[in-house]
Design a protein around this ligand. Structure first.
Ligand SMILES: [Zn+2]
Length: 414
């Protein structure tokens, strides 16, 4: 297997977003991360202020911008910057993912109250969402397509509908993880990146096959507005990460202290801040990532912390080994919701185990040879468990059978 690892972080040449490892053995993500320490961030922030100043509604006839939010990762910080630092009047928009944890619902409610913002939410008919989820799970081993599609399209549809041309996002994943762009490129939201990376190369129309239970009507809410529609309304989406030194750990900690952002432990990673609003992102979705790509979210988290210098590469690898193979939680909840059983789910999932990383030993037994295993080549040092880095936990979202289910925010729909 011709796999190359970055000498500094835990990413390999197999990263699905595409990574370049230079002659010194350092990856493009680590190289671009260095910019965080040498760019003049005051100057970058001034540039941001200049950009948004053109969008201020002086007569207060409309909102100044749209901010996509969830009850989890980075939402508090983005709204904090937009509302309290830039002094804009945002319309918050949120796509209901249906896998909401009670903690995520609380975080979202607290967000709009504490920041005193209007919010609109998109609740796509749950039957349609199930149909699409069933399809994307079977077709390409993904349960998160409708959520990623909804979260990336609803803000854009709202921008066109309400004539609010500016959308403000947090960090750009392609820049943060693999250094696809420099901060100085000031990359903006595009239809192309959404399709290629956010949606795994499947646009809504690509899901429709002849004689299928899924029909065009089901996907109407996931259609990106036409280019002419976007042009007419001058819609653009900017990323705060290009103008602010983006550091999710530090930012979350500020939001915990200042606004009471709730956090929770997870069985598959050490980061307690990121996806606290969802039952499945850090569980079933994360295991599918390991099956398909040979690594999971804990590798993303460890790589990020290594780059910020808060842990060593060895410590990062020890975290990955500690969490990567842990069994996901809340599978029953997902199976009940979708109407499948354990065995059915396993059968579907096994089809997506990538042969590069998984070898079938016997019936239902597989050998793993993913990134963390191969990474031993570069790490002959004894693995140590790190005690220093701290992610605080101020809540838990343990599932309560009597009171909790996947619910539409505020409506209690199962
Ligand atoms: Zn690297």
């Amino acid at each position: 297997m011709n796999i190359k690892f970055c000498k500094r972080c835990l990413y390999s040449s197999y990263h699905p977003l595409g990574i370049v490892i230079n002659e010194d053995g350092i990856c493009s993500g680590c190289k671009i991360h260095e910019e965080k320490d040498f760019l003049d961030w005051d100057q970058r922030f001034n540039k941001l202020e200049k950009i948004v100043s053109n969008y201020r509604n002086k007569k207060s006839e409309n909102y100044d911008c749209i901010v996509p939010v969830t009850g989890g990762n980075d939402s508090y910080f983005i709204v904090h910057v937009v509302k309290n630092i830039l002094g804009l009047n945002p319309l918050l928009v949120s796509y209901n993912k249906y896998f909401n944890t009670p903690l995520g619902i609380k975080n979202l409610a607290n967000l709009r109250i504490r920041f005193n913002c209007d919010i609109i939410q998109q609740n796509v008919n749950p039957h349609t969402v199930k149909k699409i989820t069933r399809k994307t799970l079977r077709q390409f081993g993904n349960i998160y397509w409708p959520i990623l599609a909804g979260q990336t399209v609803f803000p854009v549809q709202t921008a066109v509908r309400f004539k609010i041309p500016l959308i403000i996002w947090g960090a750009h994943q392609g820049l943060e993880q693999v250094g696809m762009f420099s901060h100085l490129n000031e990359v903006e939201m595009t239809r192309r990146y959404r399709k290629d990376h956010d949606l795994f190369n499947y646009e809504a129309n690509d899901l429709i096959l002849p004689h299928d239970e899924l029909v065009k009507r089901d996907l109407g809410q996931y259609q990106y507005p036409s280019d002419s529609n976007l042009r007419e309304n001058n819609v653009r989406g900017i990323y705060l990460g290009n103008y602010i030194r983006w550091d999710p750990k530090q930012q979350h900690e500020k939001m915990i202290d200042k606004y009471g952002y709730l956090t929770s432990s997870f069985s598959r990673t050490f980061d307690t801040y990121d996806y606290v609003d969802c039952y499945n992102y850090m569980n079933l979705h994360d295991l599918l990532k390991l099956y398909k790509h040979g690594y999971s979210k804990v590798t993303d988290h460890a790589t990020r912390e290594i780059r910020f210098g808060r842990i060593t590469r060895e410590q990062g690898l020890s975290f990955v080994k500690k969490y990567e193979q842990n069994y996901p939680e809340y599978l029953d909840l997902f199976n009940n919701w979708l109407g499948i059983d354990d065995k059915g789910l396993s059968l579907i999932m096994d089809q997506f185990r990538n042969e590069k990383f998984w070898k079938k030993i016997s019936h239902r037994k597989w050998d793993f040879n993913g990134w963390s295993e191969l990474n031993n080549i570069h790490n002959s040092k004894k693995i140590i468990t790190d005690k220093k880095i701290k992610f605080s936990i101020n809540s838990e979202f343990k599932y309560n059978e009597k009171t909790d289910h996947y619910i539409t925010v505020g409506k209690g729909w199962p």
